[in-house]
Design a protein around this ligand. Structure first.
Ligand code: AHR
Length: 501
């Protein structure tokens, strides 16, 4: 038996809605087919955007979307993606399958998509192969409302009013695909490029994201921060609002990541142990950030995370298409609880990627669409967005798994309270065999209204276009309201959500 103590009176910090963000790159079938089919498509669409996908993302309450990459961002030249579609310049997508990119989805289409979804915008600029002028003109084209050659060009292309950019990334993975730079070289470029990311709208300043480390590369974090803070006025806090970090979970080695659907119990625990490791990474990089930014003005931005397995047999290896099982659901559930619990420093997270790529929330096949187990977790967790993290403690957690390096806790949770005083509890049972009896107690609250949902199945079950509801969020009714809180049995291999008033 485990006990979950919740001190709803102790609010520990604001959970930015952006922790539930996503990422869409010009990669495989994410943008083309997955999100954008063009106005002439037989697939129902609005201005080229798939109606089914947009409706699902609205229902999931997607708060922010990152675009156009990833590695693609540092090869993207924005002017190729504006103006009449017939005359847009084509390019080779060298990173992702060597396919021809026709640039029919560009700046105007991205903002249209975000408007339809109702989400914030996160644009990633090109440092690797682009100039300062190109980046600065892109920002002017998008956000300047006065009269200038670039705002006139935007108007000539059909958009009168300036758009709003919420976040702007200055380069991507510049230690690797974004130019193979050293940290101090990149940091100097960052200082220079970000200077020309102008705030044309003083009422809506752009949050600037500096390219941060890969996984545990604390040398990168330290060197970049050192250079960015060198002789910088205190109030500009290193010229950045956020520092990114990328971390992908794969149970095997990079060359052999393993199948997304065919795996054994040991691999299950190994994957979940690797998912939990993101909390160590957050603490490592946060400790360095704390030295430069003790007031926590700079957010740690986990703008690429999630599972990365071998792509589905028979699909283009450059398209990174993978299936999504209960294992992905648990990786999502654990990671989101960790982001919630570290909301003092983690200000945005963008799972990779939105549709048809890596740990997608949606898969499509022609006109068909399915929601993955990961989608259902995001849907169940959406109530944490913009809520306050509250103090919670699980007593009686056991360590389970198979060998030393694949041991994990059997239970993991996070708890928040929203503006209406409704408490959301999200709790995961990582065990493949054992359900667990849980007694929940609140400090003061006596629950008067409780609803709950559950996602559960066998570890490698997933949804197919023939059986799209095999793994699905359903109402959970097997709980009792007690004097002090709640009592329930959480089944093995499950994600459970409670809403308590
Ligand atoms: O998400 C796929 C790729 O992973 C991105 O393009 C890149 O930034 C990372 O290496």
């Amino acid at each position: 038996m485990a006990k979950l103590y919740i001190n709803e009176k102790n609010q520990k910090g604001h959970i930015n809605a952006e922790l539930y963000g996503n990422f869409s790159e010009h990669l495989g079938r994410c943008i083309y087919e997955g999100l954008f089919v063009g106005e002439d498509s037989e697939i129902p669409n609005t201005k080229g955007m798939r109606n089914d996908v947009v409706a699902a993302l609205r229902e999931m309450k997607l708060p922010v979307l990152r675009w156009p990459g990833g590695c693609f961002a540092d090869e993207y030249h924005w002017k190729d993606g504006i103006g009449p579609k017939e005359t847009r310049k084509k390019m080779v997508n060298t990173h992702w399958g060597g396919v021809t990119e026709d640039n029919s989805f560009g700046t105007h289409e991205f903002f249209e998509l975000c408007e339809q979804i109702g989400c914030k915008t996160y644009i990633n600029g090109n440092v690797g192969s682009g100039s300062v002028q190109e980046m600065s003109e892109w920002v002017e084209y998008m956000t300047f409302d006065g009269e200038s050659p670039l705002s006139e060009l935007r108007k000539a292309n059909g958009r009168e009013k300036a758009w709003k950019i919420d976040y702007f990334g200055v380069g991507n993975e510049n230690w690797g695909c974004g130019g193979n730079m050293t940290p101090s070289y990149y940091a100097n470029l960052y200082r220079r490029y970000q200077t020309y990311v102008r705030n044309y709208d003083p009422n809506h300043p752009i949050s600037k994201i500096c390219g941060g480390p890969n996984v545990d590369d604390t040398y990168w974090t330290e060197e970049v921060l050192k250079t960015c803070f060198e002789n910088a006025p205190k109030h500009v806090h290193g010229f950045m609002d956020g520092l990114s970090m990328h971390y992908y979970v794969h149970p095997g080695c990079w060359e052999n990541k393993g199948s997304a659907t065919q795996f054994d119990e040991k691999t299950w625990y190994q994957t979940l142990a690797k998912a939990l490791y993101i909390e160590t990474l957050i603490h490592q990089h946060s400790a360095i950030l704390d030295q430069y930014d003790p007031e926590k003005k700079i957010g740690l931005i986990c703008d690429e995370w999630g599972t990365w397995f071998d792509c589905e047999p028979g699909t283009n290896p450059g398209f990174l298409y993978q299936q999504n099982t209960m294992r992905d659901a648990l990786v999502a559930g654990l990671s989101l609880n960790i982001f919630n619990k570290n909301c003092d420093r983690v200000k945005m997270a963008n799972i990779a990627q939105l549709v048809n790529v890596l740990q997608a929330v949606i898969l499509t096949d022609g006109p068909k669409m399915l929601l993955t187990p990961t989608y259902h977790v995001f849907h169940m967790y959406k109530y944490h967005q913009d809520a306050m993290l509250v103090d919670s403690y699980l007593e009686g957690v056991r360590t389970i798994g198979e060998e030393k390096e694949v041991m994990v806790p059997n239970l993991q949770e996070s708890v928040s309270i929203d503006q209406d005083g409704i408490i959301t509890i999200t709790i995961n049972n990582l065990s493949l065999e054992e359900s667990e009896n849980i007694e929940v107690s609140f400090t003061e609250l006596s629950p008067s209204k409780v609803t709950a949902a559950i996602l559960t199945n066998k570890m490698n079950e997933y949804n197919t276009f023939e059986n799209p509801d095999n793994v699905k969020e359903v109402v959970f009714e097997e709980f009792k309201v007690t004097d002090k809180g709640l009592s329930f049995i959480i089944p093995a291999c499950s994600v459970v959500q409670f809403r308590v008033k």
